[in-house]
Design a protein around this ligand. Structure first.
Ligand code: ADP
Length: 254
């Protein structure tokens, strides 16, 4: 039930482990801090990490009269979450489904969740361009105000896969809001000097070549790794960090 959703943001990545779920959750938390009403839909059926990142593991989805009720992070119900993770017995359970079953689960996620009125629905997708993406795109094509953020790390091997994401978005007609480069150097917490552990700038130059906005570089920040499990408090753990600056800047552009 997406009729009451004002804007949809898909978060995509070419590879797993580049920080796509971290970006999805940080973006959701930043928007919530700014007073918006947010839905976070995790359609990464094979690796749903949003419940873990937001300290919501073990919560149950309830069936209301009109559909599934999301799990809310806060009493004010400003951030609702839906994930296959809530339907699994434990984090170690594997979803071993063929395409049609995955497709029908994603359709249910898109059609049967009672989101109420939302300013933004953020959709955390699996890495790559798979059946899940095609199903999401097919269902969102008619929805106005839908766009994508692509997350990458700076290495060439990750950048190559981002090109495929760009082609996929262009073929399916989803406007690309921009690229975020994550794990872009390590900023020393003592002296703030940045060391480029991997190569750097790959995301920015790809954005320039592809004529896509570059939305910012997030450094490797050990505090980001520790945010998992802190839930709504996580956003307060990174005051004045480069990470929070990038997200604060990003939400002003939405
Ligand atoms: P993906 O969704 O792309 O698979 P995740 O968001 O789950 O990736 O991130 C993978 C791991 O890397 C997580 O443990 C996360 O906490 C960590 N991580 C992501 N971005 C950063 C960062 N900028 N600094 C430190 N750790 C990070």
């Amino acid at each position: 039930m997406l009729e009451q959703v004002k804007r949809i943001i898909l978060v995509l990545s070419g590879k797993g482990g580049v920080g796509k779920s971290t970006v999805s959750t940080q973006l959701a938390l930043t928007l919530r801090e700014k007073g918006y009403k947010i839905g976070l839909l995790d359609v990464d059926l094979c690796g749903p990490s949003v419940p873990y990142l937001l300290n919501l593991e073990g919560q149950n989805i309830h069936q209301g009269n009109d559909g599934w009720i999301p799990v809310y992070l806060d009493n004010e119900q400003k951030l609702g979450v839906m994930s296959i993770g809530f339907l699994l017995n434990s984090r170690n359970d594997a979803v071993v489904w063929r395409g049609p079953k995955k497709t029908s689960m994603i359709k249910q996620f898109l059609e049967d969740v009672c989101w109420q009125e939302l300013d933004f629905l953020i959709i955390d997708t699996p890495p790559g361009t798979s059946d899940e993406h095609i199903t999401v795109m097919e269902n969102l094509r008619q929805i106005p105000h839908c766009s994508a953020i692509i997350v990458t790390t700076p290495q060439q091997v990750a950048i190559e896969d981002v090109r495929k994401e760009i082609t996929f978005c262009r073929k399916t007609g989803i406007p690309i809001m921009g690229i975020i480069e994550n794990m872009s150097g390590y900023e020393c917490p003592v002296c703030s000097e940045c060391t480029n552990i991997f190569s750097s700038g790959g995301g920015k130059s790809l954005a320039e070549i592809s004529k896509i906005p570059f939305l910012g570089s997030l450094p490797i920040d050990p505090r980001v790794g520790k945010l998992a499990g802190r839930g709504v408090a996580a956003i307060k753990e990174l005051p004045d960090s480069k990470t929070s600056q990038v997200f604060n800047e990003l939400v002003t552009q939405l």
